[in-house]
Design a protein around this ligand. Structure first.
Ligand code: ADP
Length: 273
């Protein structure tokens, strides 16, 4: 186990009489790219809200960067930059939107211009002068990420940053996430409802299902679990018959392999919707 930078113990949260988080135990270590994986409605955004204090937990404990008291927790939340939804002003351009949020975050006026240039350059929006309302989804997400980077936080939380993006957009976001950790030394927590998606981005995973974290694993655990072999054949029918006659179970024939997805379905006990 590494050094915990975020820790949730027995966190419970209800909205009305719907218990959305049942018993969340989660540990993110310094330097992780931690992938929070689970279907829509599993509770991922609510977990982020508990960490960020955007919504109050009913019970349980949240600790950030070793915080021991509510006061320390409150202070240490300042170390986190986050993308939880993209809410920007349609009539403003990227710079002015970020100026607004940089002000809210308390970034000093004398540093603001440079800081906004810095984060827009990282996400490749430095030359975009048009209002937000005309942005593609990819540009909207990148501005959201730029906003999360303001003030150079130690920890970055990105809730579904690739939602709705095309393959190029997804690849761009993946590359950015790796850069944040490898180049900037950040700890990154990223969620996805597309189960296999974070397999090549994250190095630790938490599987969320019906308000619980069923398991936390490392990328190495995932690889250890992989006992499949991949074979290419000319005559698929013949090969299939030979293998099944010999008692071999064929898991997949053409899809892209995702051991993360397999692991998830094993955990929840099958591919049921
Ligand atoms: P995920 O991010 O994994 O898709 P969420 O954390 O957004 O899941 O939601 C988990 C469950 O909590 C869902 O059933 C959702 O409808 C419910 N929920 C989320 N926010 C609220 C809210 N403010 N009021 C009532 N129910 C909510």
């Amino acid at each position: 186990m590494g050094e915990a930078i975020i820790k949730l113990d027995q966190v419970v949260k209800s909205y009305g009489n719907h218990q959305v988080l049942k018993d969340i135990n989660m540990q993110v270590n310094k330097g992780d790219i931690y992938g929070l994986v689970g279907r829509n409605g599993a509770g991922k955004t609510t977990i982020f809200k508990m960490i960020l204090g955007l919504s109050e937990r009913d019970s349980g404990n949240v600790s950030i960067a070793g915080s021991k008291t509510d006061k320390e927790l409150f202070q240490n939340r300042g170390k986190i930059g986050f993308l939880v939804g993209t809410k920007f002003y349609g009539y403003m351009n990227a710079k002015n939107n970020l100026k607004y949020f940089a002000t809210v975050k308390g970034i000093p006026a004398r540093e603001m211009k440079k800081e906004i240039e810095r984060v827009l350059t990282i996400v490749g929006l430095q030359n975009v002068k048009t209002p937000f309302r005309g942005y593609s989804l990819g540009m909207q997400q990148r501005l959201g990420i730029a906003n999360a980077l303001l003030g150079n936080p130690e920890i970055l939380i990105l809730d579904e940053p690739t939602n709705g993006l095309d393959p190029q957009g997804i690849a761009d976001v993946r590359k950015l996430i790796r850069r944040f950790r490898d180049e900037f030394g950040m700890t990154v927590i990223v969620s996805s409802h597309i189960l296999g998606e974070l397999e090549h981005t994250a190095d630790r995973f938490g599987f969320v299902h019906e308000g619980k974290i069923l398991r936390e694993i490392t990328l190495d655990d995932l690889k250890d679990k992989e006992q499949a072999i991949e074979i290419s054949v000319d005559d698929l029918d013949k090969a299939r018959k030979l293998l099944t006659d010999g008692g071999v179970r064929i898991l997949r024939e053409v899809e892209e392999k995702s051991s993360l997805e397999d692991f998830y379905f094993n955990l929840i006990g099958g591919r049921v919707e």
